[in-house]
Design a protein around this ligand. Sequence first.
Ligand code: ATP
Ligand code: MG
Length: 556
Amino acid sequence: MRERWEAATWLRIGRRYRAPLLVERFPPEVPFGFLRQVLPTTEAVDLTVEMYRIPPSRALEILHGARAVAEAELASGSSEARTSELEVERDSAEELGRAVARRTQELWKVGLCLVALGSTRPRTESVRSRLAERLSALGFRTRVPRYEVGSALSPSDLAGPAPRPLGYWQTLPTDGVAALFPFGEESIVEPRGILVGLALSDASPVFLNRWEHASQSWGVFGTTGAGKSFAAALLMLRTRWMRPEVEVTILDPLGEFAEFARVLGGSVIEVAGGSAGRLNPLDPVTTGGDRAEKAGRVGSMLRALFPSLTDTESAALDSAVTRLYERGPAVPTIDDLITECGRDGYVSDRLPTLLDVFRTGSLQSVNGPTTAGSGPGPVAVDFRGVPDDHLPFHLSYVLDWAYGRLQARPGPKLLLVDEAHLLTRHASTTEFLDRIVRHVRHFDAGLILLSQSPEDFLGRTAGRAVLRNLYATAFLRLPELSSEARTFFGLTSAEAEWLPNARLPRDAGYSESLWRIGDLHLPLAVIASTPEYEFLTSTLGRHPDGPGDALRTGVL
Ligand SMILES: Nc1ncnc2c1ncn2[C@@H]1O[C@H](COP(=O)(O)OP(=O)(O)OP(=O)(O)O)[C@@H](O)[C@H]1O
Ligand SMILES: [Mg+2]
């Protein structure tokens, strides 16, 4: 038998030293998979996690007790700092109590012991003290079990909790237990995925294959200059390398992607200039020929253009639109609509004046059949030069056109919507966007939505639906996040506090970001290789004759 020697703080069996470290207290919030950040890759450490499920009735008693203690202490008056700590304790006991009652959480009796292993005592103890340092940096309180090494290291007893040193057992809810698993996916490598970024913790690469998931849509949020447009273009490039057949459509309010699309062999539709061809807002091709559906969408577009319509005018316009699709030409144009409005039962003097904008005014360019071809390669739709009050209208029919394109064309497709907050300003555009997000997955298509803040979407029901349908959401630097947004995305307070400090590409040379991928939260560096960087910086860019500031800030 090998020689066994137990000292005050370590145990030697044969030539192996074992130096245990107990976790006595957990921080209030534990990042998932934190042990992976703590355990060294070059040194041997044993980890034991013992856990016993506490029956729900006992769990409720414990939580009730914890709440009562906090309340009693609160009632007896304490310092301000202690008061807020007690309030948190009371509220979380209460919240957890509800979760236990609903059976969405349970309580567990958990013991965590890390054991540094080594062939010399000093080396083993130094591994242990580095472990303690790393844990304490994450907010854990650890303890070396002095004169209790035997009970710390004794094997677990299948019959129930074995005698352990004082402070060994913790009570944790299910979420806390889940966070203990070191193999919790800190990094993801999906077969045939594209490189999304490198984990900020250890630079391990994260590959995602959007086509493998129920929703193929992603969102990227971040302050101006955080690198949203760059990240989206990078993701598109990498997507096309993996699957060259992926068709890309870009809604490009600032005209930043024009050169990018052209260099990749694609084309640019200029909405304001109309020079590269026209999209006929009334073409029923966008609804696959469903004329009644198209009539409804045209009604929304026109209301977006003429927000001052009275109910009577709106009704007159709607009935003209309905007649047009019931009896009009196969592919009507705006001229046909104006003629239809002029027919019987005409109720408003103002309508013809309003509609004049299509015959003699600034919207002449959309009056006529579609002439913009969409050849191979990416198609960017450039909204530069569009007056603010026309933007919701243009965005509506272009979204409708994009929807039709995604629906009609076979194969995988991507739709990039930059400056998407512009779409949240108007009910009509949010509704068109919501339709796309809900349906794209059926068309083998994905959306990449870029916006400065998710808050823009949280204010509308359709906007929230859009956010809920995103499979992956990346947060680049965000100046602040409301508690509503934090709750909506399930971010911890540490994550929310980190976002305003995420490093910007102009300082770091890459974007720091927090990705929410399904249930996982991963801090990643979005980083381009040199050729990617050179390609993107030479093709992406704002035009010198770009839009006014109103378009950027979305004042419609
Ligand atoms: N990951 C990156 N690596 C290197 N440079 C980057 C990266 N991301 C962005 N940049 C550079 O930072 C600048 C700002 O990036 P970008 O235009 O993508 O920001 P944005 O978030 O889209 O801002 P805005 O809201 O103003 O459109 C650009 O000059 C871009 O080349
Ligand atoms: Mg941008």
